[in-house]
Design a protein around this ligand. Structure first.
Ligand code: GLU
Length: 306
């Protein structure tokens, strides 16, 4: 059976961009007779207070998009022991090494930048000897990176089509664990989606370039990868990305001004699922849902829609 998921990072109230992602994840799964699971991505627990996670659960229910389980949801902040097991498997293959580079060293490096603006790690700490590691570790706790192959990882996105990256050239060795012990998103998301039995991942196109890294981790860890669907970014009418800082478009404010059906209907109109912004419950949109109706390019929110 199809299992989709919501994987919000509760560092604030949801905004329209998060909501569009949840709506499409729900429609994609439900149109196949499937379910949607909820995982709270609060790896960085200090930045993700519980009250925001609780507000997300409440907002989803209010909108008619409640998850089907598990109850309570999976909280990443409680799963360090699980991530550790999979991290250890990579370490046992000799793929993990300590990195002592500071943020400023990384930015000063003449490494190329990926499409998402991140620096391609030039491998500075890749070949340190045990003596060098011991010496550096006396002064600084290292972060931990995984050694990626010089290999192209290709896949076909369910919405955006073929995409490929050469991990060594386009990405470089990436973090598995921060110096303070917090596991990295890239590892946690793979472990959790696999262990939760997720068969399809719907998320923003800003994560498209993370997907080859994740597919490679699935392979290295012997886990079954889901189908990916990346959706275009939602921009305001001037082309600015909707972020959690745009308080007027947070769910808190939207709930004060609109009914759930008005919000869902207008969003469905903005992303091509309705020909007019008329009120609609998510259930009303399931029958006609088709990824082919959703644009592949950025979606501009009409000026007076919300
Ligand atoms: N937690 C991420 C976010 O809220 C989503 C990660 C994912 O869908 O893989 O942007």
């Amino acid at each position: 059976m199809t299992a989709g998921r919501y994987a919000p990072s509760p560092s604030g109230r949801m905004h329209l961009g998060n909501l569009l992602c949840c709506l499409l994840a729900w429609l994609s799964a439900k149109s196949k007779g499937g379910q949607v699971l909820l995982r709270i991505e609060d790896l960085d627990a200090a930045r993700c207070p519980r009250r925001y996670a609780e507000a997300i659960v409440d907002d989803l229910a209010w909108l008619g998009l409640a998850a089907d389980g598990p109850q309570p949801p999976v909280y990443q902040s409680e799963r360090a022991a699980v991530y550790q097991q999979f991290y250890d498997r990579l370490a046992a293959k000799g793929l993990v090494y300590p990195c002592f580079c500071s943020r400023s060293q990384l930015h000063a490096a003449s490494a190329p930048h990926r499409s998402d603006g991140q620096v391609v790690y030039p491998g500075t700490c890749r070949g340190l000897t045990p003596e060098e590691i011991a010496e550096k570790a006396r002064r600084k706790a290292p972060a931990w990176r995984v050694r990626v192959p010089d290999e192209e990882i290709a896949f076909t996105d369910g919405h955006l089509g073929p995409y490929a990256e050469n991990l060594a050239r386009d990405c470089g060795d990436f973090y598995l664990r921060r110096a303070d012990g917090v596991f990295a998103y890239q590892l946690a998301v793979v472990v959790d989606d696999a262990l939760m039995g997720v068969t399809e991942v719907v998320r923003g196109a800003d994560l498209l370039s993370s997907t080859p890294r994740q597919l490679w981790l699935y392979r290295e860890l012997g886990l079954q990868a889901p189908q990916f669907y990346h959706l275009p970014l939602l921009l305001d009418h001037e082309g600015r990305r909707l972020s959690k800082r745009d308080g007027d478009q947070s769910l808190e404010n939207l709930r004060a001004r609109y009914t759930p059906q008005e919000i869902v209907g207008r969003l469905a109109f903005a992303c091509g699922l309705q020909d007019a912004p008329r009120p609609a419950a998510p259930q009303d949109l399931v029958g006609a849902f088709d990824w082919a109706r959703v644009p592949r390019h950025d979606i501009f929110l009409p000026e007076h829609l919300f």
